[in-house]
Write a protein that binds this ligand. Structure first.
Ligand code: SF4
Ligand code: SF4
Length: 125
């Protein structure tokens, strides 16, 4: 009989945008993972207020979503940080939690909403 265990499946939530806060002093590990040309792209996107210049703070959404850089895509996190596919959900969840904590606070409604949205799935391998 196969062993089963619970894993969580990463899920982005609406009206968050915490990962679009790019202030380099708040995200040194993100910047360090990028190559030179990606770092240039990243730094060129940092607005005076620390948020990405493409972030629509009113609508809490990316204005260039379909053309956003690779490092904004969760599917690219594994390659950037050398995370194996089976650990990607856990890795993405902790990245989001860290980003939400630093942007909105550890007791924020956004963090509670995010944690509730991470659905445990029963995994049979
Ligand atoms: S921090 Fe995570 S949950 Fe929030 S917008 Fe970014 S990817 Fe989505
Ligand atoms: S390009 Fe879009 S997804 Fe990437 S940080 Fe800016 S607003 Fe966020």
């Amino acid at each position: 009989m196969a062993m089963t265990h619970d894993v969580q499946q990463w899920q982005c939530i609406k009206h968050c945008g915490a990962c679009c806060r790019l202030a380099p002093d708040e995200r040194p590990e993100a910047l360090a993972a990028l190559n030179d040309s990606q770092q240039q792209t990243y730094l060129a996107m940092v607005g005076d207020d620390g948020w990405c210049i493409h972030y629509d703070s009113g609508g809490q959404r990316c204005r260039i979503y379909n053309e956003r850089p690779a490092f904004c895509r969760v599917s690219e996190l594994g390659a950037l940080f050398g995370v194996p596919a089976e650990n990607l959900d856990d890795f993405a969840i902790s990245c989001c939690q860290q980003q939400i904590r630093s942007t909105y606070g550890g007791r924020s409604p956004v963090l509670r909403r995010f944690n509730r949205a991470q659905q445990p799935v029963n995994c049979a391998n």
